[in-house]
Design a protein. Structure first.
Ligand SMILES: Nc1ncnc2c1ncn2[C@@H]1O[C@H](COP(=O)(O)OP(=O)(O)OP(=O)(O)O)[C@@H](O)[C@H]1O
Ligand SMILES: [Mg+2]
Lengths: 234, 291
């Protein structure tokens, strides 16, 4: 579904991604784990068109999207839950969800999908008129996920959805991710919480200073000594 | 009409009411750029002067009809808005503010040396074509179109850009295009206000459109509530009347505006009306159908 071929991304002189290659297969949850500053966010931003690689290519459903504009990429079916949630804080929950469907014109479909999001996240339904900035961290994360779903993505990019959440909420968020995937959305999940990510993922890659250093099925990485030592706390 | 009105209303009040209208148009333009879309512009007087000079020269030197001249001035301002809007794609906050201040200064210095504009002396004898009806008619149109725009899908996207540009982009908003659009529409209204002003005052000179004027307009937007149409109108009304009441502060206008900005930022960071948008009011009052 998605192929990343030797992309190189720079921030000025900083070489953030070095010939990075990996693949996301349709129907899977693929996770990219790595420490702070490894280049996870950079990878997702490059896929969604917010950053441009200097070299290399990104292929989505056999189409080269390396130079495609971000809004076109959303239109093609890739939406993202950005790092740190980034909800529109002075807009209501409802308006945030509507923004997620910005490129869609099918009023009926949008209304249905808002209902679906509310069914999945009853807490958002209760707070639909509340300003997003006044939601708790967990609720904001749910809203960010809901907003991304409103674009009806076939591939969803998620940047550290567990960041800053209490363990119980992290569990809840991960079970939601799993459920979204089971309903047919492919997921590329970036995480520092390697244990949780590997427990729900099919395929996994380990990224260090802009390079993929290890890859395999999630199960393989869970059992790998290197991963255990570096990311799973022994 | 104006003659009739002046029989009933004191000319001094009539004049203030008219200037309030012009300021509302100017401030609505700046509100689109800074209040709604969040691109800090501190050079709105630059667009105003482009509209003022262009339209005045058109009516005085080329015998162009007033409505056409007014449109011409607004279009010239909008064209400059387009070019000033382009750097906003790369610049944010303070840097953009600096570019817009620089732009307005360059325009001012240009008119200081512009022969057809009378250089430092300015232009006088501009036909007084701006009437009470023209101004308030255009205010009504501007408010109506602004309200339509801001309650539309595009309007929502403008607010989204202000809230979080990256998130807006990841929702599929073409932030590049919309930021430039906001600048073009906002500067068009700036030019329109300038043209109305010139054809009301008889007389313009480059000093009218100085930095203080830009800050005064910015204050109107901030005072009432960034991004809110009722707020902007309230801001324009208050900041037209207040300086009239406090004639003494005339000398210290910039200081007064600076202090006002600081006080607002501390006590009412969202302005007097907060972020009340027309469609919120509609919802609150149960008017019309919600989009
Ligand atoms: N805007 C930027 N300008 C310059 N350097 C940047 C910028 N954004 C990221 N970097 C650098 O690129 C590298 C990769 O950053 P990135 O944000 O992709 O890391 P990450 O894996 O997402 O980290 P974290 O887990 O902390 O979110 C880091 O060295 C970072 O300092
Ligand atoms: Mg990151």
């Amino acid at each position: 579904m998605l192929q990343i071929n030797e992309i190189e991304v720079y921030y000025g002189a900083i070489h953030a991604l070095k010939k990075m290659s990996f693949e996301v297969e349709q129907g899977n949850i693929v996770t990219l784990i790595g420490a702070n500053g490894a280049g996870k966010t950079t990878t997702l931003k490059t896929i969604s068109g917010l950053l441009r690689p200097k070299n290399g290519s990104i292929i989505f459903n056999n189409q080269d999207i390396t130079k495609t504009a971000p809004e076109k990429i959303v239109d093609l079916g890739i939406s993202q839950v950005p790092e740190g949630r980034r909800v529109f804080s002075t807009m209501s929950v409802m308006e945030n969800l509507e923004m997620g469907a910005y490129l869609r014109r099918d009023k009926k479909g949008i209304a249905d999908d808002i209902e679906n999001v509310f069914t999945r996240f009853p807490r958002l339904k209760e707070r639909q008129k509340q300003m997003a900035g006044t939601l708790s961290g967990g609720e904001q994360q749910m809203l960010a996920i809901g907003r991304a779903l409103m674009a009806r993505p076939t591939l969803m990019l998620m940047d550290e959805p567990s960041m800053g959440l209490a363990p119980l909420l992290v569990k809840e968020i991960f079970s939601i991710i799993k459920e979204i995937n089971e309903r047919g959305t492919t997921i590329l999940l970036v995480e520092q919480n390697a244990h949780m990510a590997l427990s729900i993922a099919h395929q996994a890659y380990v990224i260090e200073t802009g390079e993929i250093v290890l890859s395999g099925t999630a199960q393989e990485l869970l059992n790998s000594d290197e991963v255990k030592k570096a990311y799973l706390g022994g | 009409m104006d003659a009739v009105l002046s029989q009933y209303i004191d000319p001094y009040f009539l004049r203030i009411i008219l200037i309030i209208g012009i300021n509302i148009i100017l401030a609505l333009g700046l509100n689109l750029i800074t209040g709604v879309t969040g691109q800090l512009s501190m050079g709105h007087a630059g667009f105003m002067s482009l509209g003022a000079y262009t339209s005045a020269i058109l009516t005085m030197n080329y015998g162009v009809a007033f409505p056409t001249a007014l449109l011409g001035g607004s279009l010239v301002a909008a064209l400059f808005g387009f070019f000033i809007g382009l750097p906003t794609l790369r610049l944010q906050g303070d840097y953009l503010a600096m570019v817009t201040i620089g732009f307005a200064e360059i325009i001012r210095v240009f008119f200081l040396n512009f022969e057809p504009g009378g250089k430092a002396v300015g232009l006088s004898g501009i036909p007084q074509e701006t009437t009470f009806l023209t101004v308030w008619g255009l205010v009504a149109v501007a408010v109506f179109l602004n309200a339509r725009l801001l309650s539309s899908r595009t309007g929502r996207a403008f607010y989204a850009i202000r809230e979080d540009e990256i998130a807006a982009e990841s929702c599929g908003v073409n932030t590049t295009r919309l930021k430039v659009t906001a600048f073009v529409l906002g500067s068009f209204l700036g030019g329109l206000g300038g043209g109305l002003y010139a054809h009301y005052m008889f007389y313009i000179d480059p000093q009218v459109f100085n930095f203080t004027k830009s800050i005064e307009l910015l204050n109107m937007v901030v005072l009432g509530g960034m991004g809110s149409i009722p707020g902007t109108i309230l801001g324009a009304v208050l900041l037209t009347i207040l300086p009239e009441l406090l004639r003494v502060v005339a000398e210290y206008r910039l200081m007064f505006y600076g202090a006002l900005l600081v006080i607002l930022m501390i006590f009412r960071p969202n302005g007097l009306l907060g972020d009340v948008r027309i469609y919120d009011l509609k919802k609150r009052w149960g008017l019309g159908k919600n989009k």
